[in-house]
Design a protein around this ligand. Structure first.
Ligand code: SF4
Ligand code: SF4
Ligand code: SF4
Length: 399
């Protein structure tokens, strides 16, 4: 029986293959509160990786407006509908089925050492988006949910939720610990690298079965009709191998993204930025953990969006994550380390593997211990005299 332990759902679950964790796991934290949907990330990936024939509909990085946007269209409502009831116990254990359990399959028949003919990855719950679903990369942009209100209404920053709301959700492949694309591939062309946990498709082996496209619930494996191959985000492995962050991270204008290694909770290192946000501060949460893939992109939830919507999207812990984030932004001493780390996000093209926060600054170190980023805890400010006698001019700005 291929039983694996998925810490994000707090229990063992069925999976096509036996559990095998890589030496290191590619990971990321995105702070949704800072994303401005400029799509610079989208275009930096597009111009780097998917500008060829047959890739016109591919956006390995996309940014969609929630709750109504999505690429491919409706990817999350499609899979959530198929999943059935999704209850979480008060102990944080998921009580519903994952996409590997919905169809009640005996995965014994398809372990890796079995005959390929025995393989039945199509039993992973999923669907294949059609051409129209891929044709509208930014549908629903800026479409709000909730109640309208008078334009001069003042909403305090700390107010729990806004009556009218939307938020931007940037998405890349999650380089899942239990990758459905790899689990569904009948010829094992989709695989997970042992050295960094990046999930790739070997195009020489790909037989165009498109089972990875059907199995990936996040819509991040995409078919290239010109090449007759399925393709997906490669985690920018050539940069990652050099200790750098991926293209869409380096070019993020809002500095909302942090790349690094993520460990399982029992091996968490509090001075590793991703581990700290995921396991220590518990301010960053996985996207739809109930699907069962243990995705490795984590999100700081948007603080002014209704919690019930966010609970479905990020699972238990969302309320606490919002409160912790708000406290760090307020400057509470208890969350000073998190505040410093939030300052460090997006500050360098090098991967920060360790960090520390001193009285004056937050400092990031690479894998060899060299300093790669220093950011002041307080931005120095100089207020000009209101009247500039030299130029006989009044100044109102602060620099
Ligand atoms: S997000 Fe989809 S394509 Fe990426 S590793 Fe997970 S299952 Fe595979
Ligand atoms: S990590 Fe690299 S390949 Fe993946 S979406 Fe970002 S830029 Fe594209
Ligand atoms: S570049 Fe950054 S801020 Fe701009 S849309 Fe992408 S994730 Fe959001």
């Amino acid at each position: 029986m291929a039983e694996v332990y998925n810490w994000q759902i707090g229990r063992e679950m069925e999976f096509p293959y036996a559990e095998s964790r890589p030496e290191k796991q590619w990971g990321a934290v995105f702070d949704i509160n800072k994303c401005i949907a400029c799509q610079t990330c989208t275009m930096s990936c597009k111009t780097t990786w998917t500008h060829g024939e047959g890739q016109e509909h591919m956006f390995w990085n996309n940014v969609e407006t929630k709750p109504y946007g999505g690429h491919p269209i409706g990817w999350d409502t499609e899979i959530l509908d198929r999943l059935g009831t999704q209850n979480w116990g008060s102990d944080g254990v998921y009580e519903g089925d994952t996409i590997f359990e919905t169809n009640d399959v005996d995965w014994d028949d398809m372990l890796i050492d079995d005959e390929l003919g025995n393989f039945h990855g199509e039993d992973i719950e999923g669907y294949r988006p059609d051409d129209q679903d891929w044709a509208h990369p930014n549908i629903g942009e800026d479409e709000p949910a909730g109640e309208s209100f008078e334009s001069d209404t003042h909403i305090a920053e700390e107010e729990e939720t806004h009556p009218m709301w939307f938020f931007y959700l940037p998405r890349v492949c999650n380089h899942c610990s239990f990758a459905a694309c790899a689990g569904g591939c009948p010829v094992q062309a989709a695989y997970k690298r042992n050295e960094d946990g990046i999930v790739l498709i070997d195009e020489d082996s790909c037989q165009a079965a498109q089972e990875c496209v059907r199995a990936c619930p996040y819509g991040k494996s995409v078919y290239n009709p010109a090449e007759s191959k399925s393709q997906k985000c490669v985690g920018c492995y050539p940069k990652v191998e050099q200790g750098m962050v991926p293209q869409c991270f380096e070019n993020c204008l809002g500095k909302i993204r942090q790349h690094g290694w993520v460990n399982p909770p029992e091996e968490a290192d509090p001075d590793n930025p991703i581990d700290f946000m995921v396991h220590e501060a518990e301010v960053a949460l996985p996207l739809y953990p109930q699907l069962g893939l243990e995705p490795n992109v984590y999100y700081v939830p948007p603080i002014n969006v209704p919690t019930d919507y966010l609970f479905q999207m990020f699972g238990p812990g969302v309320e606490e994550a919002k409160e912790t984030y708000k406290a760090a932004r307020r400057g509470d001493e208890e969350h000073r380390k998190l505040r410093g780390l939030l300052h460090l996000m997006g500050s360098t093209e090098w991967r920060i593997e360790q960090f520390e926060v001193t009285d004056e600054e937050a400092i990031g170190y690479d894998g060899s211990g060299s300093t790669v980023a220093r950011v002041p805890m307080e931005e120095p400010q100089y207020q000009r005299e209101h009247f500039d006698a030299q130029n006989n001019a009044y100044r109102l700005d602060v620099t």
